[in-house]
Design a protein. Structure first.
Length: 178
């Protein structure tokens, strides 16, 4: 999945995932692998795999990832494709938190009767409503009750990833999916 995202010209991740064969990429392959693994285990991508065999509908998985991350790229153009030190969206913490947000948006639109993918337009509409809460390249994240964190102080550690994930999911459920 990671290789397809990195090497397919229509992918939002085309040539920006840093791997041994693409050292110029801006987002670490491990960050992408973690969000894919989490989604396969219990998120959006889980719906497209057979747990007994481990095999899945590769084409639909790529489509869901491309739809979502293309919407992320288009809603946050100022933060997309930059080095992690210049954009927390491209940082491990941002990638992980946004991966969980993908799963939540997917859950809003996906039903067992409608097994197709969630569209780019659906992802984009919900992400646009989240823009005001996201401080990927400047400002302060307002996590509530006097817990404000400068945009570039979030680190790729469990505590910060969980704090950012919980914040985005809470804002999404209260402000968008209500």
């Amino acid at each position: 999945i990671l290789n397809e995202l990195n090497h397919n010209q229509s992918s939002p991740f085309y040539k920006i995932i840093q791997t041994a064969t693409n050292p110029a990429g801006v987002v670490k392959d491990n960050s992408i692998l973690k969000l894919i693994e989490a989604s396969l285990a219990e998120g959006a991508l889980y719906n497209y795999r057979d747990p007994s065999t481990g095999k899945g509908d590769f084409k639909l998985m790529i489509e869901i990832l491309s739809n979502y991350w293309s919407a992320v790229r288009d809603v946050f153009p100022e933060a997309w494709g930059k080095k992690p030190k210049d954009s927390r969206l491209m940082h491990g913490a941002g990638m992980s938190a946004l991966g969980h947000l993908m799963d939540a948006i997917f859950d809003r639109y996906h039903t067992d009767e409608q097994l197709e993918t969630v569209t780019y337009e659906q992802f984009k509409a919900d992400l646009e409503k989240m823009q005001v809460y996201c401080k990927w390249t400047n400002g302060y994240w307002d996590f509530g009750s006097e817990d404000k964190v400068k945009w570039n102080e979030l680190q790729n550690i469990t505590r910060d990833i969980q704090k950012l994930t919980n914040y985005l999911l809470r804002k999404y459920r209260v402000e968008v999916w209500n």
